[in-house]
Design a protein around this ligand. Structure first.
Ligand SMILES: Cc1ncc(COP(=O)(O)O)c(C=O)c1O
Length: 392
């Protein structure tokens, strides 16, 4: 009998959970009332090892915490449910997920990634795997014809990211998924960290697997590092990632899983509030004379607005903008901020501002006058007042 299948009143009551709305599933999916104590909030299972029965089996499904842990299992079940996927694997960071996926490829395989892919993933592809005999190519994923023209017979992975970090480019997932199915043997993987499962369901668009950095909106409080891979169906790359998780061992701690699951309870409500604030800030920035361009898919002028409006149920809490002038001008705006915190990362309750090109280093493709905002949960009037005084 598997631990999470133990009959109890919670699972019976929630037999129809999959039919319910995301706000309900965010609170209930993957959880159960603790059968030992009746605790509504799950205990944190710190034990690294679990008892065998006299015949040598593990009747509750757990043997050793690297291979499986009750808190990790609850989180994986919840995330698979929110994503509408078959199964999820939780890792110790978002980049640990990407590393596991790429490790699952064979020497000689070709990876196709966005030309503005999250900069650290480019470092993984080139720096960590550069000597593994993988081939890597980059394409503008917003242009399906351009993607088709760089597909190769050995392309085995098409990595997507939408909205992209930090340029907020929008990829038409259904178009790329059908191209990949028709014209390649590649598995499609979408990093939907900026959107969260609340705003975007890549598997419904035909994408094979979805990745999130749990560090961001999903855990939601800037106090956990984690990542998740969710698959729509059984496939060889997911199975290799499972092996990489359980034997390679890049697993999160039970406490990190517990914190992430707790954060998910409020995810749909937080994401909505982040998005409302971001839209107001985008509109303010758009009309400010010191701002050259605003990159926010909620604005009708954004080149990906139509696709985003069709593909997503909201536009999210991330945006970037280019100031009039050079990198020095942009860094001066950051320096004058009082409420926006000068910090990297995103998706927490505090608003962050960052000069991305400085973070990404000399090989950056990000414009020097670009600033990225992670819009938090403060009142929008206070945030706008801070940006107004910082822009001068
Ligand atoms: C879009 C995106 N994907 C992946 C990652 C990596 O996640 P982690 O820092 O949890 O490894 C980040 C981190 O900023 C990100 O912004």
């Amino acid at each position: 009998m598997e631990w999470l299948a133990v009959p109890h009143r919670f699972s019976v009551r929630l037999a129809t959970l999959t039919l319910m709305k995301i706000e309900t599933r965010a609170v209930h999916a993957g959880r159960q009332i603790d059968p030992a104590t009746g605790a509504v909030t799950p205990p944190i299972h710190l034990s690294t090892t679990f008892e065998r029965d006299p015949s040598g089996d593990y009747p509750l499904g757990f043997s050793y915490s690297r291979e499986g842990n009750p808190n990790r299992r609850m989180l994986e079940k919840c995330l698979a449910d929110l994503e509408g996927g078959k199964e999820s694997l939780v890792f110790a960071s978002g980049l640990a997920v990407a590393t596991a996926v790429i490790q699952g490829l064979e020497p000689g395989d070709h990876i196709l990634a966005p030309d503005d892919v999250y900069w650290a993933l480019r470092h993984v592809i080139e720096g960590v795997f550069g000597k593994w005999g993988l081939e890597a190519g980059y394409a503008d994923m917003t242009n399906v014809a351009a993607v088709r023209s760089v597909l190769r017979p050995n392309t085995r992975l098409i990595w997507l990211e939408t909205p992209s970090n930090p340029l907020m480019k929008i990829t038409d997932l259904a178009a790329i998924a059908s191209l990949a199915r028709a014209e390649s043997k590649a598995v499609t993987v979408c990093d939907a960290t900026f959107a969260t499962p609340v705003l975007l369901q890549p598997l419904d668009c035909g994408i094979d697997m979805v990745v999130h950095s749990l560090t961001k909106f999903i855990s939601g409080h800037s106090d956990v590092v984690g990542g998740v891979l969710t698959t729509r169906y059984d496939n060889y790359l997911f199975e290799r990632c499972r092996r990489s998780q359980q034997i390679g061992g890049a697993v999160p701690s039970p406490f990190d899983c517990w914190l992430t699951l707790r954060g998910i309870e409020t995810l749909p409500w937080r994401v909505r509030a982040h998005g409302e604030n971001a839209m107001r800030i985008a509109q303010f920035l758009q009309s400010h004379p010191a701002v050259e361009t605003v990159h926010y898919p909620g604005l009708s002028e954004h080149p990906g607005h139509e696709i985003a409006a069709r593909q997503m149920s909201g536009f999210g809490g991330m945006l970037s903008f280019q100031v009039q002038g050079d990198g020095e001008r942009a860094r001066a705006v950051v320096a004058r901020c009082r409420l926006f915190i000068r910090a990297t990362s995103l998706g927490g309750p505090h608003s962050f501002i960052e000069h991305r090109a400085s973070v990404e280093g000399p090989r950056t493709r990000t414009p020097q006058n670009l600033l990225r905002l992670s819009v938090g949960l403060e009142h929008h009037e206070d945030l706008i007042a801070d940006l107004r005084q910082a822009l001068g």
